[in-house]
Design a binder for this molecule. Sequence first.
Ligand code: DAH
Length: 360
Amino acid sequence: MSDLENLQSQILSQIAAAPDEAALEAVRVAALGKKGAISALLATLGKMAPDERKTEGAKINLAKDAVTEALTTRRDVLKTAALDARLASETVDVTLPLRETPAEAGRIHPLSQVWDELTTIFADMGFAVAEGPDIETDDYNFTKLNFPVGHPAREMHDTFFFNPKEDGSRLLLRTHTSPVQVRTMLGQKPPIRVICPGRTYRIDSDATHTPQFHQVEGLVIDKGAHLGHLKWILHEFCKAFFEVDHINMRFRPSFFPFTEPSLEVDIQCRRDKGEIRFGEGEDWLEILGCGMVHPNVLRACDIDPEVYQGFAWGMGIDRIAMLKYGIADLRQLFEGDVRWLNHYGFKPLDIPSLAGGLSS
Ligand code: DAH
């Protein structure tokens, strides 16, 4: 076998053995590239005598054609094989059930949902959100709110007290969100328009009471703030919160040390086979306490009652959540049962908004 035939059969077997397109390309470059073996042979033609060039040139070109053709054939085979392998590895079974993403699988607790709903409603009316600590002083929880030391009204709240300090003062778990009123009035100048949602604590436990519960307080202080404003705000709130066009409310005289006059508010409803409808019916449900801020409270918070007046209200978040979403036992809110949460919870991406709907 001549050297040329040897070279040709060597290259052809390399082509046949190339496992993929990259290896095949390497064989091509080694044979036909600028410095390839066949290109090198072609370069020798220039130095040959014309006769020899003719015969040798024809042979070398035949070898080159054979190699070129073998390369093309092998490349097609490798391309098809690569595509088949990819198709086999990338199959998708479109009949498989969809898996819920983590965000879709989680649920927002009804209390968090109601908390978001009511801040959305009051924010729309121009209220800011104020916060205070769960552990309060006796002064902020009681005294500055016009519960004099030793006054029986303090007994209305079954308070969790901490052990007395050396100076005799005692911290406590706040029994209502009203101390946030005090902190707000001491911390900023009127006009004031805030709501204060938060955790509250009392020694109490049955189907309608838990030792820890939630309230939202509202406070407006301005020169001309009056009961008419309060009634309008509460009325608008109830319509928006219960998502009805019309609601009847009843304002009854009551007593709280920090307001004068004080009122309790009921909303009209109908109970029907375990369901409650608002804005109709014969029943009345108490939902909140409110009133004009007592001058003693304003004075205790460095606000001159001769110049400013205001109103406030306090409402149980747990209670309005239960009413709105048909939850029968308050304790279920705190049990952390995921089956319950899957039923009563809300999808995390359905954020309440007045335009998009609060609960849908
Ligand atoms: N702090 C009261 C309670 O927990 C609720 C309340 C009633 C708050 C009337 C107020 C109010 O701001 O004006 O029982």
